[in-house]
Design a protein around this ligand. Structure first.
Ligand SMILES: Cc1cc2nc3c(=O)[nH]c(=O)nc-3n(C[C@H](O)[C@H](O)[C@H](O)COP(=O)(O)O)c2cc1C
Ligand code: SF4
Ligand code: SF4
Length: 434
């Protein structure tokens, strides 16, 4: 079985699966059980300043988007950072770390954006013996109204400033957790890098309203008839998170900056995808909240089986492998031509591909007598919509044309040469350069 041992920022854990800072890591009881179940590390639920603890609502704090089979696709939450006293959390972190030296414990922190506040909490956190800290610059609700969380994460200058304080007053790795509620993720990542961050982690939750009750006209979760936006996470946010990870991984200004990938990781495959985009490890919240801690066993066995199949002996063999293949649209090969092909034996004659292509794509599917659906290559632009709406997996496939063949749609011979938009004759910029 492949060895999943992963070293991230010099912290070695038996596997790359860490629990993200959230309810699963809120207390000693949870974290001990998580470690017993097999998690490689945890980022402890975010700690706040010493003093009166944070106050949460006493009504529902979650809203959920379900799939047709009631599978949880996304969770929206209005929970704040830990509402337990700082002292209690610090004592528990120290105790658990002592008992599990081979697992990572990272303390997530969110205190006011003032040097004195960070200077006060960092030595206390260091005393616990935890492996590093994560700066929560991501929480989009509640705390951000008080000038913390996403309110810091949306201002690159603040990120750089606070990161610098942390590097000055704390000796172990500093991870900066980024908010996705920003137009261009590269700016906060660059700021973290400039401030001396050892790594960035992303994403925190996406600002959201999941639903509105049409009897009371209150957003859900509703607290006495009123709702407030929350933070969205789970499988639904994975594509957003992966794009942001890739943007940072391929940005020359942050290339090589370690990344911890977060957002919708539910299976080993999700983890492998994040890692192939440059993440040194992954963090998980919604999947543990939905299925319990033991889901990590599925992740461990799935990842090691896949690594065995591929001949990878260490996670470093595939970390970052997809990064060189992420490019800008303008560099995609415009000489690559494909056509949709329907496997008649697999087809159940539902007609979804026909409806989609006829009404909203290129009228490239014929419906022949006996509900036989066939692709008309002379119209097909290979958009993939029919593949995406077909209920039978692999029933429709995209078949690349061989160079030298003539594309019946354009009448042009398919070239074997790579040619992109930057040199295309229709590109005014390319014409001007001639
Ligand atoms: C109920 C809940 C509470 C959370 N609390 C925190 C928190 O205290 N600190 C933090 O950095 N992130 C917090 N998060 C965000 C998660 O750590 C994680 O970034 C996010 O849920 C995306 O991962 P997922 O898709 O695996 O859930 C919370 C998420 C949820 C669902
Ligand atoms: S790939 Fe697009 S254009 Fe071609 S048949 Fe399918 S839906 Fe129609
Ligand atoms: S959507 Fe798929 S199964 Fe349905 S008719 Fe088209 S090819 Fe057949």
């Amino acid at each position: 079985m492949a060895d999943l041992t992963t070293t991230f920022l010099g912290i070695t854990t038996p596997n790359p699966f860490w629990l993200a800072s959230a309810p699963p890591t809120d207390k000693e009881y949870n974290v001990r059980r998580a470690f017993e179940a097999g998690w490689g590390g945890v980022v402890w639920k975010t700690l706040g300043e010493a003093g009166p603890p944070v106050v949460n609502v006493n009504g529902p704090r979650y809203g959920v988007i379900h799939g047709a089979d009631r599978r949880v696709l996304g969770i929206n939450n209005i929970e704040l950072i830990t509402d337990r006293p700082l002292e209690t959390n610090l004592e528990e972190i120290a105790r658990v770390k002592k008992d599990y030296p081979d697992r990572a414990i990272i303390a997530s922190i969110m205190v006011p954006c003032e040097e004195a506040s960070w200077k006060a909490i960092l030595p206390r956190v260091a005393e616990t013996g935890c492996d590093g800290i994560e700066l929560n610059f991501g929480c989009p609700h509640g705390m951000s109204e008080r000038g913390m969380g996403a309110a810091v994460g949306q201002v690159p200058e603040y990120i750089e400033m606070v990161t610098r304080w942390c590097k000055e007053y704390y000796g172990k790795p500093v991870i900066v957790k980024l908010t996705p509620n920003i137009t261009d993720i590269r700016y906060p990542a660059r700021a973290a890098h400039k401030g001396g961050a050892d790594a960035v982690s992303l994403i925190n939750t996406v600002s959201s309203i999941t639903s509105v009750n049409l009897d009371t006209f209150s957003p859900e979760p509703s607290i006495d008839g009123k709702g407030s936006h929350g933070g969205y996470c789970g499988p639904a946010v994975k594509p957003i998170a992966m794009n942001m990870v890739a943007e940072i991984a391929r940005d020359p200004a942050t290339r090589g900056l370690p990344i911890s990938g977060i957002g919708g990781v539910t299976t080993w495959r999700d983890a492998a995808e994040f890692m192939s985009l440059g993440c040194g490890n992954v963090q998980v919240c919604t999947a543990a909240m939905t299925y319990g801690f033991r889901i990590v066993q599925e992740m461990i066995s799935g990842l090691s089986q896949w690594m065995d199949e591929k001949g990878y002996t260490a996670t470093s063999d595939f970390i970052g492998r997809a990064v060189p293949n992420v490019t800008d649209w303008q560099y995609l090969n415009l000489n690559y031509v494909a056509k949709a092909k329907i496997d008649q034996d697999a087809c159940i004659k539902c007609g979804r591909c026909y409806a989609a292509c006829e009404d909203t794509s290129h009228q490239a599917i014929w419906m022949k007598p006996g509900r036989v659906f066939e692709v008309n290559d002379a119209e097909c632009v290979a958009c993939n919509l029919c593949v995406d709406v077909c209920p039978v997996e692999n029933c429709i496939s995209m078949v690349p044309m061989t160079p030298g063949e003539t594309d019946p749609r354009t009448g042009r011979v398919v070239s074997r040469d790579y040619a992109n938009w930057t040199t295309h004759p229709n590109n005014p910029a390319a014409r001007a350069a001639e």
